[in-house]
Design a protein around this ligand. Structure first.
Ligand SMILES: NC(=O)c1ccc[n+]([C@@H]2O[C@H](COP(=O)([O-])OP(=O)(O)OC[C@H]3O[C@@H](n4cnc5c(N)ncnc54)[C@H](OP(=O)(O)O)[C@@H]3O)[C@@H](O)[C@H]2O)c1
Length: 345
């Protein structure tokens, strides 16, 4: 089997670390692995398959002979370096939002629109983590009936904002127990003016606000869902909320189909949906919870019920590990798809 030269930009971050663990777990065919991060981390060692690899500073010259470059370092870094990776002959799989809405860049969830990779021109974008989790359940449901409208409410883990947000929650909880809560410096958004305590709180702001007072996270979900489904006629709106949970995003969806749809139809459809696990038995208090999916790639769905206030209304509850299916797993699936389709030379 052919082996590939892989670069991971942002190898020290939350997504990068998750990706490294998956490359090992899935025995991905790697010839050489190059770990890249900022100058701050250059020289650090990361253990990979029994070897101590040294992290290098990412520069425009980091991509010679690289076949696949996974970018997990934020939009600014992708915009700065992805072009050099492509020029060197690598395929870039980008976890940031830098290229997601670029019409020339495929935005891909393999179970939903895998064929979109066919026309790539060097960069393939991994969608927003909350959008991936929502669409894993929503796309199969479109086979039942067209959907008029979706209202989402997210309950997003702190790891969705990176390693520093994970430390912030941990330090605030420890501080609370010790008698004083350390100052908030990261959440709700490191680039915004004010920061609020996340421990024992919920923050109705994920990312910064746009002109229409939606947050950028909310707009990403809406716009990316339209692009991935190739359908802008579905009304999609919602609210994103950060909760004091370390791992896994949860989402409540209110879906309005064009015709009456029963709870049973939704259950039957999701039972057979790839990458989705039906976990729904209210009589036995069985429903998905984020604590259970730290080491999971699938998306779990429960609390399925008819919305009695509108014809065609259905409520569902979804939980997915946003570092896995919402980021690293999806990126790796895209890489495998490229190999399977012979799109990686
Ligand atoms: N966290 C999630 O659940 C999630 C899900 C989907 C998509 N994403 C996206 O994935 C990307 C990474 O997120 P994250 O949560 O992993 O962030 P993170 O934990 O803050 O990690 C950021 C990574 O980027 C590296 N980096 C920072 N500045 C750099 C530079 N100038 N050159 C090269 N590398 C640099 C950091 O290296 P240093 O150690 O040197 O600082 C670190 O490895 C973001 O675009 C994010 O939106 C995240």
């Amino acid at each position: 089997m052919k082996k590939y030269n892989i670069a991971v930009v942002g190898a020290t971050g939350a997504v990068g670390r998750t990706l490294l663990r998956l490359l090992v777990k899935e025995d991905f065919p790697i010839s050489e692995l190059t770990l890249l991060a900022s100058a701050r981390s250059a020289g650090r060692r990361i253990e990979f398959r029994g070897e101590n690899l040294i992290v290098e500073e990412a520069t425009k010259d980091s991509f010679h002979d690289i076949d696949i470059a996974f970018f997990c370092a934020g939009g600014a870094i992708s915009k700065e370096y992805a072009q050099y990776a492509v020029a060197s002959g690598a395929v870039v799989i980008d976890n940031s939002s830098a290229y997601r809405l670029n019409p020339e860049v495929p935005l891909v969830i393999p179970e939903v629109n895998g064929d979109a990779v066919d026309n790539h021109r060097g960069i393939i974008a991994n969608p927003n983590c909350s959008a991936i989790i929502m669409l894993m359940a929503l796309k199969p449901l479109l086979a039942i009936s067209p959907i008029k409208r979706v209202v989402f409410s997210t309950y997003q883990a702190v790891s969705g904002a990176g390693n520093k947000a994970v430390s912030e929650l941990e330090q605030q909880v420890r501080g609370y127990v010790a008698g004083s809560i350390p100052e908030a410096k990261i959440l709700p958004s490191s680039s915004d003016d004010k920061h609020f305590q996340i421990a024992f709180n919920v923050l109705p702001q994920v990312d910064v606000f746009a002109d229409d007072y939606y947050t950028k996270e909310e707009l990403k979900i809406i716009k990316e869902a339209h692009k991935i489904l190739n359908d802008e006629t579905i009304g999609i709106t919602g609210t994103c909320v950060r909760v004091p949970v370390f791992w896994c995003h949860s989402e409540s969806l209110n879906i309005q189909f064009e015709r009456f749809v029963s709870r049973q139809e939704v259950r039957d459809t999701l039972m057979n949906a790839p990458g989705v696990v039906l976990y729904d038995d209210p009589d036995k208090q069985i429903y998905p919870m984020p604590l259970d999916y730290y080491d999971e790639d699938n998306v779990y769905v429960g609390r399925i019920r008819e919305d009695h206030t509108v014809i065609g209304g259905i409520n569902i509850w979804i939980v997915g590990n946003q570092l896995r299916k919402g980021a690293a797993t999806n990126a790796l699936q895209i890489a495998r798809l490229l190999i399977d389709k012979g799109l990686l030379l």
